[in-house]
Design a protein around this ligand. Structure first.
Ligand code: SF4
Length: 223
């Protein structure tokens, strides 16, 4: 899907977004996924495995998985029962086994086993949505892409950067607000901020460095 801005933001809205991003950059000068990976292929796989579990759990399992099936070709030809045994502790292991084997097969069939550096091509792979594709593009190649997960959705809505709930619409709202050069660094910072400060149930508004610009009406007082 080509990028289409739904509404052109005002200069003041863009300035506000830049101030917020600058503060987040100060808070998190360096940011990246906590998932361990060596290349785009591995990041795709560990991202699938990370659903409904912690990154730590995935990091324990991934080295065994990639030692045994080191390439998309190898994993595409793997015995599912053997893969299930290896990734068992990440939960939903049957579904995840199916997903990563079909992802591997798809990658081999469509792209000769090489992960494409293009969002529209990435999302043609089975099990790869815009969020995963954007994570890979931004993380591995520093390409301008914004992944919208539950943290990004919550935080940007509370801050008033968007009033959408659909991830694709939020992605486009954020792209319209932020300078393209910063896109690859946006998601991970909002995700970390959502985990550390702007918690889903109990946001720590009393110590939030963005509070003066936040439009959330139910800000929490100190405990
Ligand atoms: S003031 Fe509260 S709701 Fe707003 S961004 Fe900060 S923690 Fe989140």
């Amino acid at each position: 899907m080509p990028y289409v801005a739904r509404r052109v933001p005002t200069t003041e809205e863009k300035r506000n977004a830049r101030v917020l991003f600058n503060r987040l950059e100060k808070l998190y000068p360096k940011i990246g996924t906590a998932l361990d990976y060596e290349d785009a292929w591995q990041l795709l796989v560990v991202t699938v495995l990370s659903a409904q579990t912690t990154d730590e759990n995935v990091n324990k399992v991934a080295p065994h998985l990639f030692a045994r099936w080191p390439s998309p070709d190898a994993l595409a030809a793997a015995n599912p029962e053997e893969v299930e045994e290896v990734i068992f502790s990440t939960g939903f292991y049957r579904q995840k086994t199916k997903s990563i084997i079909s992802l591997a097969a798809d990658l081999v069939e469509k792209f000769d086993g090489v992960v494409p550096q293009d969002l529209e091509e990435l999302v043609t792979l089975r099990g790869v949505g815009r969020k995963t594709a954007s994570v890979v593009l931004a993380e591995v190649w520093d390409y301008p892409a914004i992944a919208v997960d539950t943290h990004v959705r919550r935080v940007t809505n509370r801050l008033g950067l968007t009033d959408e709930s659909d991830p694709v619409k939020i992605e486009f709202d954020l792209m319209a607000l932020h300078n393209k050069k910063t896109w690859s660094g946006i998601s991970m910072r909002y995700i970390q901020f959502g985990r550390d400060v702007c918690d889903a149930r109990r946001p720590r508004c009393w110590e939030c460095p963005l509070a003066d610009r936040c439009q959330y009406p139910d800000k929490n007082p100190p405990p």
